[in-house]
Design a protein around this ligand. Structure first.
Ligand code: SF4
Ligand code: SF4
Ligand code: SF4
Ligand SMILES: [Zn+2]
Length: 548
């Protein structure tokens, strides 16, 4: 969408230096505080806060409080920088320590932690990096101004996750628009750190003029895991159900204003290889009719912290504990180290989750469940092998010889009342027109009353004939019927479909998929939103390529 200089990947920051006189990292070679030159120490750093220092003392077997006055910074590798020296943490070995033992040795209360020397170090960091702050701030505001100019009257919305990046973006956007009343949207995945929820509450209290929208799925994450297995790196089904779905639905309310939506995100290229390809301004791949702007796309972690410290912003306390990324605390994309920290700091959440994973590993026949879970191999899982709900991907359909626009399906789940729910997106169900002896049901267009489809099949049997009557594009119509049949056979009520319906017409109760005909506008969005029609059928496929 743009060829502006911020999309030049070669400008990404990759060197952090150290000023021995000021005892701080430098984001340029020369210290802006004392003018000294510095040696390169890392590609990126984040501050280690006083609470995490105590953790490091335990990990490194240093005496208590020996790091209290030290300038300590974490790098993206296994090294920490203490007073300019790189010290290696043997994370693999450390993770074998009992998390309860470590927890016991940590301060129970933040009041027990001395912050004064940390505050001094941060002041020196801010003062030495004024030029860098000016440069990153200028670029972020330029990206925003460009996006604003290109999209005219678009409604700005800040996607607020409670993490450090969205904290920065929120501040930037309110400054850039010189307006505090910018809509913020927070999607509570139900898997948030408790510190995130506390921070969000604080943020709302401290910024009462911000219109703050919240989106939360009504589904239970653990119940769904029991039905379709835990998410993995390749099957992040929960993002749809708990994140993009509810947020998209919430944004649908704003779309009623008939203006484009400009969503500001805190996505950064340095976060991952995949993100290194992102553009600063783009259309959302996940939420339709939405332009996404990432004003801090080129920033490093150190830049984000520099901004927070320079602007004196409040932030999520989970960072003080040593978590470098905040999202869902149990996300399969998190590192093993992050999960180890969760076991130390969030035992009431992390231990039951680990127990569930161990049970899951046993239930799918893993010979060494502890190794499978603790090594993180479960995160590479794909397919529904071993699960009772595994979907074999079997729908056999034959085109009826005499009619190219009719198909006969041999179903793996016998016809029942539940089948008809999946046909409501095509129109109104009309049981009166059909011949009951053949189990015929007409689906009619709600405005013209003309038939769109005719279903034929007795309840309790497995043979269903579907005839396309609407001839505007019968092949496409039958492809859509395939999707709905797939849903009928594989549906485990995962909440995926309710999360994509813009009218809130679909509900998944504990044992039923329902569409409210009164609310459904037959937009067909729910039909093909997931490639094959059903998110769970994809996740639960017993073998790769076993799709219908
Ligand atoms: S756990 Fe990970 S995959 Fe699941 S919703 Fe959270 S971020 Fe998405
Ligand atoms: S049909 Fe929809 S609600 Fe049911 S399992 Fe598939 S995606 Fe989930
Ligand atoms: S997405 Fe909702 S409104 Fe659209 S067809 Fe499906 S149920 Fe109806
Ligand atoms: Zn200096």
């Amino acid at each position: 969408m743009t060829d502006m200089s911020w999309d030049d990947r070669s400008r990404l920051p990759k060197d952090v230096y150290w000023c021995p006189r000021c005892d701080i990292p430098l984001l340029q070679e020369e210290c802006g505080g004392c003018g000294s030159g510095g040696a390169r120490v890392a590609s990126d750093v984040r501050p280690v806060f006083p609470q995490e220092k105590r953790l490091l003392e335990i990990f490194l077997d240093y005496p208590k409080d020996s790091l209290r006055n030290e300038s300590v910074w974490d790098t993206k590798s296994s090294n920490v920088i203490i007073g300019g020296e790189s010290v290696r943490l043997n994370k693999g070995k450390l993770m074998s320590i009992d998390p309860a033992e470590i927890r016991e040795a940590l301060p129970k209360d933040r009041d027990e932690i001395a912050e004064a020397s940390h505050t001094e170090i941060m002041k020196r960091f801010v003062s030495a990096s004024k030029a860098r702050f000016k440069a990153i701030d200028y670029e972020a505001l330029s990206i925003m101004n460009f996006a604003k100019d290109k999209t005219g009257q678009a409604i700005p919305v800040v996607s607020f996750s409670g993490g450090k990046d969205s904290t920065v973006v929120s501040d930037l956007v309110r400054r850039g628009y010189a307006n505090q009343r910018i809509v913020h949207i927070f999607g509570d995945t139900t898997l948030e750190f408790p510190q995130t929820l506390e921070y969000v509450d604080r943020f709302k209290r401290n910024n009462p003029s911000i219109p703050f929208l919240e989106a939360r799925s009504r589904h239970s994450f653990i119940d769904l895991c029991k039905r379709i297995g835990p998410p993995s790196r390749v099957m992040r089904w929960c993002c749809t159900v708990f994140k993009t779905g509810p947020i998209g639905q919430r944004l649908d309310g704003l779309r009623a204003l008939k203006k484009p939506i400009l969503t500001y995100y805190g996505v950064r290229r340095s976060e991952s290889n995949q993100r290194s390809d992102y553009d600063a301004i783009t259309r959302s791949p996940k939420i339709s009719q939405q332009i996404v702007v990432s004003p801090i796309i080129n920033w490093s972690d150190a830049d984000v912290w520099l901004y927070i410290m320079t602007r004196g912003l409040d932030f999520n306390d989970a960072y003080r504990l040593g978590f470098s990324r905040i999202g869902c605390w149990c996300c399969p994309s998190n590192s093993l180290w992050s999960f180890f920290l969760a076991r130390i700091h969030l035992p009431r959440r992390a231990e039951p989750w680990r127990d569930y994973l161990l049970e899951f590993a046993k239930s799918i026949g893993k010979p060494d469940p502890v190794e499978y879970i603790d090594s993180g191999n479960w995160k590479a899982r794909h397919g529904g092998q071993g699960l009772p709900t595994a979907y074999k991907g079997v729908v056999s359909a034959s085109v009826c010889g005499d009619d190219p626009y009719a198909k006969t399906y041999t179903l793996t789940r016998p016809i029942s009342e539940a089948l008809y729910e999946y046909f409501k997106p095509f129109g109104r169900l009309d049981f009166g027109q059909g011949r009951s002896i053949l189990g015929e049901v007409f689906i009619v267009d709600k405005s013209t009353n003309n038939p769109v489809l005719v279903l034929q099949g007795q309840q309790g049997t497995s043979s269903l004939r579907v005839k396309a009557v609407d001839m505007s594009n019968p092949s496409l119509l039958l492809q859509r019927v395939d999707c709905q049949i797939r849903k009928y056979q594989a549906c485990v009520l995962c909440g995926g479909c309710p999360s994509v319906c813009p009218r809130g017409a679909i509900t998944n109760t504990i044992n039923a998929y329902r569409i409210d005909e009164g609310k459904c506008t037959n937009c067909l969005r729910c039909i093909s939103h997931f490639d094959t029609g059903c998110l769970a059928s994809k996740v639960l496929q017993a073998r790769r390529g076993a799709a219908v």
